[in-house]
Each structure stands twice: as structure tokens, then as C-alpha cells.
Design a protein around this ligand. Structure first.
Ligand code: AMP
Length: 193
């Protein structure tokens, strides 16, 4: 049983690490970005509403994002915990998640903060753009997404620091190595499979 968040700038490797950590701990990795992209692909109503927002590198409005997370965390596989990747990203989302957890009679147990410098992040995003063809990975949108992250999301980490929840992890290195660092950091807090 563990409720975890993974935070860090776009391109820090959150998605890759979230999948590996979730698998190791037996909780679902929930990526709001993945859910939005799937909806766009499936051309759902939600997908149609968010396409332009993702393409511009802006944030989807809290009401839409919060409801999506609420529904996802209500599914059976999240009964024993979750690893949220890319959520919360705004003060409103932090507040909303607090409410969800309160209803569950739970709290966030740890926040994995992946640290990677901007140059490395831009390099990774550029290579991901060519590998995956993500429409929001053009250089211009990429820089905008980093700006939005710095402005809207990075300051929120302080809230979790005040709560003593942040596990800071160097995100530079081989994928396996970073996973080991994260698992070791969580184990120090008594969070194990
Ligand atoms: P990601 O895959 O986490 O980088 O998310 C890709 C895009 O999805 C972001 O640039 C936003 O447009 C949107 N998105 C994902 N998560 C959120 C969120 N928590 N709040 C608002 N927008 C989000």
C-alpha cells in the first residue's frame, strides 16, 4: 500500500521511471498525459476538447483533469495505492488530491522528485520527439512546456517539502540506475513491495 507522486520537468524521465517503480511496487502508474493522449487518439469527446491544449503545451483546465484523476483512482487496481505521474501540476490540483485522499482515509506517502538539468531535459525531449513523434515535442512547444512547468508546477514542490514527503533523486544516468536510486530512496522511508 503506497500512494506516490513523481514530479520533475518534462523530459526528466518521469514516465519511464513511473512504469518501472509502479511495477516493482505493485501499484498502477497513472499518467494524466497518457490518458489525454489516448483520448486524443481514440477521438473521444475529452480528446477533442484537449487536443489544441496539448499541442500548445498548455495545461488542461483543473476541472477536467481533476475529474479524470478521481475516476481513475476509483478503479479497482488503485485500491491498494497509486503512482501519479504528471499530476498534480497546479495548486488547485494539489488541493483536489488532498480531498480525494481524505475521502480514501489516506495520504500521499512520498513524492519522488526527479532532478535533471535543463540542457539534458531539452536534449532528451528532442530525441523523444524524433522517436515517438509526439506533436508537443517540437522545440518551441518544448521550451514553452518547460516554462509552464517552472512557473506553475515547480513551486508546488515546496508544499510537499513542508510535509516532509520529498525524496530527491538524481535523474541523470542509465534507466536501471535511476530506478535503483528511487527504490532505495523509497525503501529508506519504509516503502517497499
Ligand atoms: P505529460 O505527458 O505529463 O508531459 O503531459 C502532456 C500534456 O498533457 C501536458 O503538456 C498538458 O497539456 C497535459 N497534462 C498532463 N497532465 C496534466 C495536468 N495534471 N494538468 C494539466 N494538464 C496536464
Amino acid at each position: 500500500m503506497a500512494n506516490l507522486l513523481i514530479v520533475g520537468p518534462p523530459g526528466a524521465g518521469k514516465g519511464t521511471q513511473a512504469a518501472r517503480i509502479a511495477e516493482a511496487l505493485g501499484v498502477p502508474a497513472v499518467s494524466t498525459g497518457d490518458i489525454f493522449r489516448q483520448n486524443i487518439k481514440d477521438q473521444t469527446e475529452l480528446g477533442q476538447r484537449v487536443t489544441a491544449i496539448l499541442d500548445a503545451g498548455e495545461y488542461v483546465p483543473d476541472e477536467l483533469t481533476n475529474e479524470l484523476v478521481d475516476d481513475r483512482l476509483a478503479q479497482d487496481d488503485a485500491a491498494e495505492g497509486y503512482l501519479l505521474d504528471g499530476y498534480p501540476r497546479t495548486a488547485g490540483q494539489v488541493e483536489y488530491l488532498d480531498g480525494v485522499n481524505l475521502r480514501r482515509g489516506e495520504q500521499v506517502d512520498a513524492v519522488i522528485r526527479l532532478v535533471a538539468d535543463t540542457e539534458e531535459v531539452v536534449r532528451r525531449l528532442a530525441s523523444r520527439a524524433s522517436e515517438q513523434g509526439r506533436s508537443d515535442d517540437t522545440e518551441e512547444v518544448m521550451r514553452h512546456r518547460l516554462d509552464v512547468y517552472e512557473r506553475e508546477t515547480a513551486p508546488l514542490i515546496a508544499i510537499f517539502e513542508e510535509r516532509g514527503l520529498v525524496v530527491e533523486i538524481d535523474g541523470i544516468g542509465a534507466v536501471e540506475q535511476v530506478t535503483e536510486r528511487i527504490l532505495a530512496g523509497l525503501a529508506e522511508r519504509g516503502i517497499t513491495a
